[in-house]
Design a protein around this ligand. Sequence first.
Ligand code: ISL
Ligand code: CA
Length: 558
Amino acid sequence: MATTKWWQQAVVYQVYPRSFQDSNGDGIGDLPGITSRLDYIKKLGADVIWLNPIYRSPGVDNGYDISDYYDINPEFGTMADFDQLLAQAHQRGLKIMMDIVVNHSSDQNKWFIESAKSQDNPYSDYYIWRDPVDGHAPTNWGSFFSGSAWTYVPARGQYYLHAFAVEQPDLNWENPKLRQAVYDMMNFWVDKGVDGFRLDVINLISKPTKFVDGQPNPGEPYADIGPIIANGHRLSEFLQEMHAKVLAGHDLMTVGETPSATIKDAQQSAGLTTNELNMVFEFEHMNLDGNPAPELGKWNDQPVDLVDLKQSLSKWQTGLQGTAWNSLYWNNHDQPRIVSRFGSDEPKDRVVAAKMLATMLHGLQGTPYIYEGEELGMTNAHFTKLSDYQDLESLNAYHHLVDEEHRVSATQMLAYLAHMSRDNARTPMQWDASLNAGFSTAKPWLQVNANYPKINAQQTLASDASIFSYYQHLIKLRHTLPVMTTGTYQLLDANDASVYAYLRTSDTDQLLVICNFTATDQIRDYDQLPATAKLLLGNYADDQGAALRPYEAKIYQF
Ligand code: ISL
Ligand code: CA
């Protein structure tokens, strides 16, 4: 690699503002709350904070439905609170990355309110409108959040497209005026001094030239819209235009969220020389434990197959080597908690399992992302009733699969939600053992995980052997040991279904990362490990060589 860019050596900490820290006792996290916790993030050692959307929004999809891109959601505070957060972060050497949602807006955005009024007003073409076909929707495309991706508006006599909720109409990127409006808005935030952007479902912005029916899943009326609209023929052109009009000349960090992107797509969108984005979030490793029945999509409660996981991550490691850049993540606000999902949240295993998963991920090439609470080993919520959930994807899926289609029993679906619902990630941050986990003095908008008296930041920070301090070590290694950033990757023993081992190699150094993914002892010898190798980090107090204990993880350097 030529010169390392700052964002290639950085570690990102994701804050879900609604669930991080409430400062005014209304049960909802807010900007002053985040500001009050900056020292905690600094202590962890992260470089960049990714904030989920904080703009004005009716909150149908927790802020991913933006009604005013130039204003702050009053639930989170004011623009002055934002300016304060940015200044305080910068004072501590922390950068702020904004989440920008420009595949769609809210139906309450003034652009859409105007657009829906008539076929000839200045905003008419800001969204994707089509005439009915034989009295019904133009295509059989089904939204990510269940149901048709089309909704009819009598005032226009037309349908509009929404890849997500009815209240999230897709913006029309074919319209140069809309594109300019997006760039102007991004420049407003650049001028404020933000340090980067996470671009929500950015690979969905270029729609197909012709709208034709897709192949529906067995027994379903709708075809998944994702593959139909992902990675459209003008995506690259739009991203290069965005680069020229917003990003060029600033040293920003950009990451595109790109469901169903392939290596080839990522080499373009996150190419080192393509002038598009710095990196993308790929989804393959997050989709491996989906249901074998396609009509059930992600809803499942089965563990992942380690051989599949290794194969997928390895493909991305070697596939982007030298041409693009990986983002490394286990968790975010859309994914269940990794320690519950790919590790174990049994009290006897949770701490070692969380550290093992951290080792495996942070040892890879790419920019690591930590989602709030991951550094505490926060677990899934283990909700038992439908009324415990708030997330519209979860509620819509339950309604569709249980009530409408009778595809799964209520009990089965509750087990799926407990395993996979996005709300598992969204329960409030667990700060201490006091009421509501120190998140709020009022009843939180979403229940606190019942295990907060045992799993919380205060308890964790008191111990040198904590998951938090383990993450501190990993971050320090990333900052001080170039091979962590630049080293090439080589998988060992691809078919080993219990242990994930790989090498990282630079001109001067080599690392061997060994991770036992099981709750049982394993014996592994690696020829690649010289007797002189030094143990850099491990999640047990001592090293027993080839004998690996449950969820044991180690990094050797030589
Ligand atoms: O959440 C998912 C997994 O079931 C995905 O389908 C998700 O909807 C997709 O990755 C897009 O996510 C992003 O855009 C959505 C928003 O709800 C998510 O929170 C956001 O990360 C629509 O804006
Ligand atoms: Ca609040």
